[in-house]
Design a protein around this ligand. Sequence first.
Ligand SMILES: [Zn+2]
Length: 379
Amino acid sequence: MTTLAATERLIKPHGGRLVDRTGERPDGVDSFEVVTLTSREVSDLDMIACGALSPLEGFMDREDYLSVVDEMHLAGGLPWALPVCLAVDGAPQGDVAALADESGRLLATIEVDQVFDYDKEREAERCFRTTDDGHPGVARLYAQKPSYLAGKVTVFERPQPAFPELARDPAETRAVFAERGWKRVVGFQTRNPIHRAHEYLTKTALETVDGLLIHPLVGDTKSDDVPAATRVECYRVLVDGYYPSNRVLVSAFPAAMRYAGPREAIWHAICRKNYGCSHFIVGRDHAGVGDYYGTYDAQLIFDDFEPHELDIEPMFFEHSFWCKTCGSMASAKTCPHPSDHHVFLSGTKVRELLAAGELPPVEFSRPEVAEVLMEAYRT
Ligand SMILES: [Zn+2]
């Protein structure tokens, strides 16, 4: 089988084809008006460039924006869960503007299509299910500039990946899957170290498909999340020690967290479809923060779409744990014993143990992973 044919066995990108908005640096770009992007907008720009946000070719116009906020679909009818917009103070001069990061480095051009006002409270209410500015995503939305600039982008300078060895665009993950002969691939989104509970989810999912993409988010997260460099080391030691190398790929997901809970679960699934995943793991409180979302909201929201409308298949999981009586990992679905039979440690308890230089029980965390975390707590 040729590689091309193998690639064609994979799920199609959202909208049918992978977008590529990379291009040459145009002459005269230095004379264009410059629009400065936040780090979140730079993440979005780079994901548009490489096709991770296919079918988007630029920042959303008013029609797509309103349709997404109100109906969770693009104006053309494809499912889409979160706005991908560029906030500005006003319309730039000229038909084309330059886009720069916060250091002033030019990254891209945008063909100025529309500049429109938007209702921040409405966006918050619809997308985050709250207008409380204690929510980090809502706080960021409220701090944004007052208008959105829409238009196709052409990216000539990609941001340096934080983890070059893990940086793979959708075309590249698809090529790896094809080369390995995988057709059905499950994606796992994470922004935490993987302990036994999530190892169990990923392996249970992997039992039913060909391959597993461990796809940690390495864009902006809250300051109290475990730093990406520590997490990446945790994934490395875990995969080296406990996963067959021909069935798993660890690669970085360059998105910034929005903490939009249910809608972000849909958005994460669509992005992973572009990376070539046919299945996507959705646990409890996916992409949630605080107690803004119900435990199962991120699973229930998939029912708002017609069967097969998203194409990628969500795989829903319960909270899992080691049960001393079952003698295995289990969940409320598969274990009948009360919680005092289970090995469960709160995040606070785990941090206390690690800070004191003690390993959590092996039923909770692989010692290799715990040691990486302990080292990070020491320094
Ligand atoms: Zn049990």
